[in-house]
Write a protein that binds this ligand. Structure first.
Ligand code: C5P
Length: 364
């Protein structure tokens, strides 16, 4: 059997799932804080943040893909020229990697990544709208609806078969999210941070719902492209980020034009307006999340990703209670418990008994 890829002896599959859970809770808290801790006129541009996220991911994927290029084809060349100096050899190696990488990135099927790229850019922008208008915990539980959309798109696109228990768990999930929403819309929740501007639940929930659709479709689409070809994960990630650049740039230019009409100035002067430490922390956490998501989709799948995300709810709860004196209401606890049970039920299917058990062992 092929060796299981691992880091420090821990299989990448589990390492990536646990890291994703921790990253997810950190991102929700950092993003919410970065948005609501300042009045709207002093917040940074979400469009700039999304663009920075894609640029940084592209650079990191490029570096990893570059060093991941298989150079075994070069050995015959080296054998023919035994007296080549080390610097010349390094230069030749550099050129070899570059040529091979360019060919891989510009492969004939690279256009396929344009679909998840556009969807993810929309989703990443919507996430800022949701984080600005919902409490941390409410946002996170409602965002669990992406398990539902992921399941639907897995059935449609990957022809995955779902058991009756899984369909039941999806209904449970919808009910759980509904309970949390009732709690959120009555305004009885306690804010985890001092909010400097009014939050609008309806706007927040609409953004989350739309983001759940793009998340499910984009995730399943990326899994389909990745698993139906031999291409390297980092080449695929690089293609994804490159295709994201244009749609991520569009809202930035649009916003700048509107601002220029108001106060004059050049096109990019306001790009990093109010872009402070919290904005950068949000971007960096999101970059990390994107890279781990890619790993999870490769070494596990989108369904397991849902499991890791629901684990992150528990982490966020504990963090909110410890850090922000967050008090949980009975409705919130009830809704969240239903969501967690549904997630467990969804993953607990006979065909996947082994993997569900091992994840369960990892969680406990
Ligand atoms: O919530 P969800 O798991 O759908 O979020 C996926 C996030 O990971 C998005 O921000 C997306 O931009 C990012 N991603 C990525 N590379 C991938 C897959 C997802 O950067 N290969």
């Amino acid at each position: 059997a092929p060796a299981v890829p691992s880091l420090w002896g821990i299989p990448l599959k589990y390492l990536s799932l646990v890291t994703l859970a921790v990253q997810n809770s950190s991102l929700t808290i950092i993003m919410h804080y970065s948005r609501v801790s300042t009045p709207p006129e002093r917040t940074y541009s979400a469009a700039t943040a999304v663009l920075m996220n894609e640029i940084l991911k592209a650079i990191i994927s490029l570096v990893i893909a570059f060093y991941g290029v298989d150079t075994s084809g070069m050995s015959s060349e080296v054998g023919q020229a035994p007296h080549t100096s080390p610097s010349r050899l390094a230069l030749r190696m550099f050129g070899y990697r570059l040529t091979k990488l360019r060919k891989d990135v510009l492969s004939r099927d690279c256009w396929k990544l344009s679909i998840p790229a556009i969807l993810y850019v929309i989703q990443n922008n919507l996430q800022y709208v949701a984080a600005s208008n919902l409490e941390v915990a409410t946002f996170q539980v409602s965002y669990q609806m992406k398990i539902l959309t992921t399941a639907a798109f897995s059935v449609l696109l990957l022809r995955k078969k779902l058991s009756s228990t899984q369909w039941l768990s999806l209904v449970c999930l919808a009910v759980g999210v509904g309970i949390v929403q009732i709690q959120g819309s009555t305004g009885s929740s306690h804010s985890v941070v001092e909010s400097a501007h009014a939050m609008n639940s309806l706007t927040g929930f609409s953004a989350v719902t739309a983001a759940c659709f793009t998340s499910g479709l984009a995730g399943v689409y990326f899994e389909m492209v990745l698993k139906n070809s031999q291409s390297d994960l980092w080449v695929r990630s690089l293609q994804l980020s490159l295709f994201s650049l244009l749609p991520a740039l569009a809202p930035v230019i649009f916003n700048q034009r509107a601002q220029m009409a108001d106060n004059g100035g050049n096109l990019f002067s306001g790009l990093f307006y109010n872009f402070g430490a919290w904005a950068w922390a949000t971007v960096l956490t999101q970059v990390l999340g994107g890279l781990i998501t890619a790993l999870v989709i490769k070494y596990a799948d989108n369904i397991m990703k849902g499991f890791a995300t629901s684990l992150s709810i528990v982490i966020s709860f504990l963090a909110s209670v410890a850090l922000f004196d967050f008090r949980l209401s009975v409705t919130f606890l009830l809704g969240s418990t239903v969501v967690l049970i549904a997630t467990w039920l969804y993953n607990h299917q006979p065909a996947r008994a082994t993997s569900a058990r091992s994840i369960g062992a990892m969680v406990s």
